[in-house]
Design a protein around this ligand. Sequence first.
Ligand code: PLP
Length: 471
Amino acid sequence: MPDPAPSKDLTLRAIPSVDQLLRTEAVARLRSSIGISRLTAIAREVTDEMRRQIQSDGLPESSKEALLNEAVQGIQSLCKHESLSVLRRVINATGVILHTNLGRAPLSAAARKAIAHEAAGYCTLEYDPGVGSRGKRGGYAEELLTQLTGAEAALVVNNCASAALLILTVLAGRGETIVSRGELVEIGGDFRVPDVMSNSGTLMVEVGSTNRTRLDDYKLAVNDNTRLIMRVHPSNYRIVGFTDSPRLSELASFAHQAGLPLYEDAGSGVLADLSAIGLTDEPIISESIRAGADVVSFSGDKLLGATQAGLIVGRREIVDRLRKHSLYRALRADKLCLAALEATLDAHRRGAFEEIPALRMLALSPDSIETRALNFIAQLAEDNETAEMTATIVAGQSAVGGGSGPNVHPQTTLIALKHAQITADELERKLRLFQPPVISRIADDLVLLDLRTVDISDEPELLTAVRSLGL
Ligand SMILES: *Cc1c(COP(=O)(O)O)cnc(C)c1O
């Protein structure tokens, strides 16, 4: 009977040691980019894995040299993989403007400059050079927010979820909050109204039904423990048909008669009337304030077009209580966020919406996108005559994304790619693995690119990426 053990033992003994691997030229070269301790750990991972495979007979008998080569390659590929997982710029060719997985709103040139040139080093975060002493964090952003919304006061926190948590904790943490059953929504990225309520300590009192809630339903729920009435914008969820809910102004009058504050979580919210570019069912924050909401929260990186932030506007007395609560200290915004936010709010104040990429992209006309798409495929065709890839244009729709404007589907012109030998899945994968990654979508066996969300300055890179597929 042949005994396999001796050859297995020999192969096991031929596995290079971690030291030996670190001394090879190829591995030593990786040291400066990743650091010796991580490199040692990766070398150990690779040799441990080899040992496991040999023991389970997964590897054929190999020479010392072959195993050394294999281990070096394993280390190189793990290092490469690790370097690809850093936060990187991508080209968003999906046509989804506020793509949550791709960082929602792209920042304006002014916001980028404010981060890099003003806030990145030492800055006036909590310092007033005029008087030479401590200043108020976020003071200018708050000032702009009050001007743009007509509210008495404003406060900036980490995101809209933190804003909701802070408001519910401070105003109603020891009592009850009344909310309509039609507004108990979950918004992409794990924001669930009932969960935020329970985290804040408030007791959620649901009223009405999923599709209809009347003022009387709220009236019947008020008791001595009621502290707050909450209205939630349903964001990317809509109930259509047989529906009813009181207008915000009716809810505000009722709340005030009952001696209660009204809180609106507006979600995306917009600062000005954007119906000219198709947005008709997002709450306008100044209108909510005028309708009587005592405090309103909304996101910084949705239709406002800035960084992740939770913006709170409302009555001064309420905002002061929020600011003084210890939770605010844990949820406050950092200097990079405030710098970008101020620059973006400044563009809003000047009505310069074309400076804000998310709004500029939303406003692009179908004609201008079609012209760009036709130019793009003409350029592709120039040096692509023998290639097996075809690019055509097809009509399609873009999306707002980020839970905003679910009923808005801007008309667009898509570039459709097809390859004689390569499947659509494989083309899409190759684009993702390009540097920078190009994110596209697939429909009917075609890879689709929507130039609405591609900045003009990124088009040459996109062209290079697509050309590389034809080779
Ligand atoms: C998006 C959204 C949130 C969560 O906002 P983040 O800034 O992502 O935390 C909360 N409430 C509503 C109504 C929303 O639309």
